[in-house]
Design a protein around this ligand. Structure first.
Ligand code: NDP
Ligand code: HSE
Length: 432
């Protein structure tokens, strides 16, 4: 048998993902040594409570509550604790000591990415984070390496599994928002703080990471326009169905060009997608990401967006790469925020909209509403009217592509107009 160089690996966290990573590192030790060229010696696993029950049984002697000591002298540090502190301090300590870092912590990278990547550059270490976006789906490496010679125009997709699960249950099984959310909670799909998923923070963190890579620009959470799914009702899902669409929480990272000036729009919001669009068929907790590159054209990435063992696959891929780099020597491939493109406010984006209005079914109402759209400079593409009870009607208006600011000004005028009883919903229509 070939004698491999030993690399000391420290694992921080043995929760859903960490316990699976530890298990795979221990059970596939020889295979991983052959693939990476190094014997990956799991030196210890830092946790909060060594006696806590684990998804996978782990050797008791590897568990410790002393993360700081574990990091000292390690070649590779895998951070799977989550959250900002102490994860940030441990990652910085690991990098400063020259260790390569592998993490799945999107919250940390989306808020302190610049500081962490700078620390890695200073010592020539690497920070790998394939698991941070869309879990098992390889999307970071394609953006960073495979598409490094191309020019990315747009990234567009579903990057949060639990909200997709909720919206999918509402659409396919007719569950109310509350019922679907309760089911997601019971199945353990939601983060410990469910607002991270429901209010779109998790998706926004992932969008910030994807946009930074795609557009070679430092993008933080403050640059991302974020709307979650907490306002999406069964009525809106039903309205989407009648219009041949489905509601999905989308992350969109887009390169814009106007008057010769380039900017970036990074946004997360629930939007309508036609039922014939491939994203409409992304069910349950799955994720899917479209990348549109100038030369490569459209590419689609699809698979498990969460799950302990699925995410562990992405983590181990990064560990093998980090080990190979350690063996080969040289500096880690850093980030490339060389472009510094400005971000565009949400009011500047161009997309299509569906506006659902409850109106009195009386002469002149439609003309008044059409007039408000015309005065606001937004072109109406479709109008559909359904009779309601007691002389009411539901008007469903689809627009051509329009500027967000113009549309929201019109919605404010519609809400104030005597012709409109209620603005039932306003949703962007994406995917064409
Ligand atoms: P868990 O909450 O299941 O596990 C966290 C682990 O970290 C636990 O073992 C916990 O110890 C340990 N820990 C937390 N704080 C400390 C601390 N201060 N000191 C020492 N140990 C600590 O998280 P997940 O495994 O679900 O997620 C880990 C990371 O991976 C997160 O950044 C997450 O966003 C990311 N991720 C998760 C995915 C998933 O499907 N779960 C998918 C993609 C990314 P103890 O067990 O003793 O409490
Ligand atoms: N909360 C995340 C999701 C976990 O639902 O997609 C995976 O990052």
């Amino acid at each position: 048998m070939i004698e491999h160089r030993k690399l000391r690996v420290a694992l921080l966290g043995a929760g859903s993902v960490g316990s699976q990573v530890a298990n795979l590192l221990l059970t596939h030790r020889e295979e991983l040594a052959e693939r990476s060229g190094a014997e990956l010696e799991l030196a210890g696993i830092a946790v909060r409570d060594v006696d806590a029950p684990r998804d996978v049984e782990l050797p008791r002697e590897l568990l410790t509550t002393d993360a700081e000591s574990l990091i000292v002298g390690s070649d590779i540090v895998i951070e799977l604790m989550g959250g900002i502190e102490p994860a940030r301090s441990y990652v910085l300590a690991a990098l400063t000591s020259g260790a390569d870092v592998v993490t799945g912590n999107k919250a940390l990278l989306a808020t302190h990415g610049a500081e962490i990547f700078d620390a890695a550059d200073q010592v020539g270490a690497s920070v790998s984070y394939e698991a941070a976006v869309a879990a098992a789906i390889p999307i970071i490496r394609p953006l960073k390496d495979s598409l490094a010679g191309d020019r990315i125009q747009r990234i567009f997709g579903i990057v949060n599994g639990s909200t997709n699960f909720i919206l999918d249950k509402m659409d396919r099984e007719g569950l109310s928002a509350q019922e679907a959310q309760q089911l997601a909670t019971d199945l353990g799909y939601l983060e410990a703080d469910p607002t991270l998923d429901l209010e779109g923070y998790d998706a926004a963190q992932k969008a910030a990471i994807l946009a930074s890579l795609a557009f070679h620009t430092k993008i933080s959470m403050d640059d991302v326009h974020r709307e979650g799914i907490s306002n999406v009702t069964a009525e809106m899902i039903e309205g989407a169905r009648k219009a041949g669409s489905v509601v999905k929480l989308l992350a969109i990272c887009e390169r814009l060009e106007e008057d010769g000036e380039e900017s970036i729009s990074v946004r997360v919001y629930p939007a309508l997608i036609g039922r014939d669009h491939p994203l409409a068929s992304v069910h349950g907790g799955n994720n899917a990401v479209f990348v549109e590159a100038a030369a490569a054209g459209p590419l689609m990435f699809y698979g498990a967006g969460a799950g302990g063992v699925q995410t562990a696959s992405a983590v181990l891929g990064d560990v093998v790469s980090a080990a190979r780099r350690h063996i080969a020597g040289g500096v880690g491939v850093g980030e490339s925020p060389r472009m510094s493109l400005p971000t565009s406010p949400i009011g500047r984006i161009l997309t299509r909209y569906q506006v659902r209005l409850e109106v009195a079914d009386e002469p002149g109402v439609l003309a008044t509403i059409a007039g408000l759209f015309a005065d606001g400079g937004v072109s109406v593409a479709t109008v559909d009217q359904t009779q309601g009870d007691e002389g009411q009607a539901m008007l469903v208006i689809g627009t051509h592509r329009a500027r967000e600011q113009a549309l929201s000004d019109i919605v404010a005028r519609l809400a104030a107009s005597d012709a409109v009883e209620r603005v039932a919903s306003v949703l962007r229509m994406e995917g064409e």
